[in-house]
Design a protein around this ligand. Structure first.
Ligand code: HEC
Length: 150
C-alpha cells in the first residue's frame, strides 16, 4: 500500500513537471513567432491614397469599400470590383500577384480590371498597395503575410 502511494506520487509529480515544461515552451513559441507588422512610410501611404482617389476609386469605391455583392457574377460573366479594404479576399493574393493585377489588369477575357501600366509607375503601384494594406486590420494583414511567404 505504501509503495503504491509512492508510485502514485511519482506519477503525479512527473505529469505536473511535464505540463509546466510544455507551458513554458508554449509561451516561448508565442513570443518568438508573434508576427510583426511593418510600419510603412507615412509619405508612401499618403501618395497611395491620392493615386487611389485618381485611378481606382471610381470602381472600387471610397476607401476601398468595393461592392458588397462582389461574390456574384454580373450578367456578362465578370465580377464586380471587389472591396480592397480587407473585407473581401484580396489578402489571398501575394504581393507579386497584386502588383501584376494592377499593372496588367485582368487576364484577357477573364475580368474587367483595367491595366494601369500606362498611367502608373511601379513605385506608384507599390504605393497604392501600401495604402490599400494600411486599411486592413492586423489579423487580415497577418493572413496575407502568410500567403505572401508561400
Ligand atoms: C474600371 C474599373 C476599375 C478600375 C479603375 C480599377 N479596378 Fe481594380 N478591379 C476592377 C474589377 C472589375 C476587378 C475584378 C476583376 C476580376 O474579377 O478579375 C478588379 C480587381 C482588382 C484587384 C483584385 C482584387 C481581388 O481581391 O482579387 C485589385 C487588387 C485591384 N482591382 C486593385 C485596383 C487598384 C489599386 C486600382 C487603381 C490603381 C484599380 N483596381 C482600378 C475594376 C477596376
Amino acid at each position: 500500500m505504501h509503495q503504491q502511494k509512492i508510485i502514485l506520487f511519482l506519477i503525479i509529480a512527473m505529469v505536473s513537471v511535464s505540463c509546466e515544461r510544455s507551458g513554458e515552451h508554449g509561451e516561448e513559441k508565442q513570443q518568438t513567432e508573434k508576427p510583426i507588422r511593418p510600419m510603412p512610410d507615412p509619405a508612401v501611404i499618403a501618395a497611395g491614397k491620392t493615386i487611389y482617389k485618381d485611378h481606382c476609386r471610381q470602381c472600387h469605391g471610397i476607401n476601398g469599400v468595393g461592392n458588397t455583392n462582389w461574390r456574384i457574377k454580373k450578367a456578362n460573366g465578370f465580377w464586380l470590383p471587389p472591396p480592397l479594404n480587407g473585407t473581401a479576399h484580396t489578402w489571398h493574393h501575394p504581393k507579386k500577384w497584386l502588383f501584376d493585377r494592377i499593372k496588367n489588369g485582368s487576364p484577357k477575357g477573364k475580368g474587367e480590371m483595367p491595366a494601369l501600366k500606362d498611367k502608373l509607375s511601379d513605385a506608384e503601384i507599390n504605393a497604392v498597395i501600401v495604402w490599400m494594406q494600411s486599411l486592413w486590420p492586423d489579423n487580415v494583414y497577418f493572413m496575407w503575410q502568410e500567403k505572401d511567404r508561400e
